[in-house]
Design a protein around this ligand. Structure first.
Ligand code: SAH
Ligand code: SF4
Ligand code: F3S
Length: 458
């Protein structure tokens, strides 16, 4: 047997919660001696950390499994090492053992709440293989608290920006959405647990922390003394008791934007001027059918209140077009809302019928060509707004956290306070070294639709 470290390849689909989960899987497997590889064919363990939110996302997983099957068949023929293929994340949670039946090449299936047991599952798979059997492992339990207890012991970070999951799951049951079924009910981690992880990130030199949750502003963690902590209170505490220079949070639900949280944007300097607040549609009728628990008027009032305390805030959102029953008039209300709010950036999707969700069975499904026409119209306006927001940045000085190297040689990339990507060309290694991983004041010299270009202020 070779003494090389075992290798792990993980592909991440979907949202930031999955990105966070992938980082934690890397941590737990590092404790088992696994090093990350970029090449699936070199890996002893391949994990697909999947997303079930829209049909396309789930389909992508199956075509990737198809490619990996070819790879594994080649391994068998060559008699070389055989990679363990694991499907994790939200598709795994939704489909469970069905994946093993449909795709016998898959060895292991686990959900978003059980990946802390990946070492045990992998050992079990190794054992099965030694006995000449196919591993058939399924672990899709949905109880969250045990996971965080196990993970807290193993959190490491070497970056300047980090995600910190403080809340998971969702009890809102929007009629189009799979998340309450794939992630389970709403769960807030305790104040002490969150601070313990925050302390580790802080000690590791993290400058920017993004607090994560499916509905992060519904956070209501308890402390050991039984006191309840809201997101607003938690952000204030982090700002006062750590050296994090930047604090962000995502994703928020409009129904949970409390006055207290809005006030944080006005008086906590570290709280960045960026808010992702999905509204999905501009029509009250549709928002109601979606079971969104808010109205367009209350959404607009929240926007007005937040702009009153943070006038330069960059607003982002999510939109679904072609929800069942959406008429042209409903869609035009979405366009009107978008023009009224003026977003710095946003995500928009065609409604996708998801198995097991209430709206999937409705008869009033909108035709595909109508959905794509509406999506094109909406995206044109959103892109125009994004360009305008970026153009207005030119000439300004902004603090940028230069956290990675760019695609081109000598380029560093970071984010502005407003989440815009900012590129800078660095002509010598010394300057690159001096500025990498730092918050640097930069002058914005040009803007594209999706990023800015900056130069060092002299
Ligand atoms: N909890 C967050 C969103 C999580 S899902 C919230 O409530 O805002 C991310 C986004 O995917 C949603 O905001 C929605 O715009 C989109 N989405 C979810 N289910 C969808 C579906 N069935 N079809 C199309 N888009 C969907
Ligand atoms: Fe899905 Fe709605 Fe929950 Fe967001 S609030 S995760 S869209 S059910
Ligand atoms: Fe997808 Fe699961 Fe996130 S369904 S969007 S990866 S919570």
């Amino acid at each position: 047997m070779s003494s090389d470290p075992k290798k792990l390849f993980i592909k991440t689909y979907g949202c930031q919660m999955n990105v966070y989960d992938t980082e934690r899987m890397v941590d737990v497997m590092a404790h088992e001696g696994y090093a990350v590889t970029e090449k699936p064919e070199d890996a002893d363990l391949v994990v697909l950390n999947t997303c079930h939110i829209r049909e396309k996302a789930a389909e992508k997983v199956y075509s990737d499994i198809g490619r990996l099957r070819v790879m594994k068949e080649k391994q068998t023929k060559a008699g070389s090492k055989e990679t363990i293929l694991a499907v994790g994340g939200c598709v795994a949670q939704a489909e469970g053992a069905e994946i093993l039946r449909r795709m016998p090449i898959v060895d292991m299936v686990f959900g978003p709440q059980t990946y802390h047991r990946l070492p045990e599952m992998t050992r079990e798979a190794d054992k099965a293989k030694l006995l000449g059997q196919r591993p058939r492992i399924v672990d899709t339990d949905l109880s969250v608290s045990e996971k965080f207890d196990a993970l807290s012991k193993k959190t490491v970070s070497s970056k300047k920006t980090a995600f910190l999951t403080i809340q998971e799951g969702c009890d809102k049951f929007c009629t189009y959405c799979v998340v309450p079924y794939t992630r389970g009910g709403e769960f807030s981690r305790s104040f002490e647990d969150v601070m313990n992880d925050a302390g580790k990130l802080h000690d590791a030199g993290v400058l920017e922390v993004t607090l994560l949750g499916q509905n992060v502003n519904a956070y209501h963690g308890k402390s050991a003394t039984g006191e309840e902590w809201s997101l607003a209170r938690l952000i204030r505490h982090l700002a006062e008791n750590t050296d994090f220079k930047r604090i962000r949070y995502t994703t928020s639900h409009p129904g949970d934007m409390t006055d207290d949280l809005i006030a944080v944007h006005g008086d906590v300097e570290q709280c960045m001027p960026y808010l992702h607040l999905p509204v999905q549609s501009g029509s009250d009728r549709i928002v109601k059918a979606m079971n969104r628990h808010h109205t367009i008027a209350t959404y607009l009032k929240t926007i007005e209140d937040i702009r009153a305390v943070s006038p330069d805030i960059a607003l982002s959102g999510d939109f679904i077009v072609g929800f069942p029953g959406e008429s042209d008039a409903d869609f035009q209300k979405t366009m009107k809302l978008v023009r009224e709010v003026d977003y710095a950036q946003a995500y928009s999707f065609m409604y996708s019928e998801r198995p097991g969700t209430p709206a999937a069975g409705w008869e009033s499904q909108v035709e595909n060509h109508v959905k794509s026409e509406r999506l094109a119209e909406l995206q044109e306006e959103l892109l125009r707004q994004q360009r305008a927001f970026n153009d207005a940045s030119v000439g300004k000085v902004m603090s940028v956290l230069l956290e990675r190297t760019g695609k081109h040689a000598g380029q560093l990339v970071g984010r502005s306070p407003y989440m815009q990507a900012v590129h800078v060309d660095v002509d010598n290694e010394e300057t690159a070294e001096q500025n990498f991983g730092k918050l640097v004041d930069m002058k914005i010299i040009s803007a594209g639709p999706r990023s800015l270009k900056g130069e060092f202020k002299t």
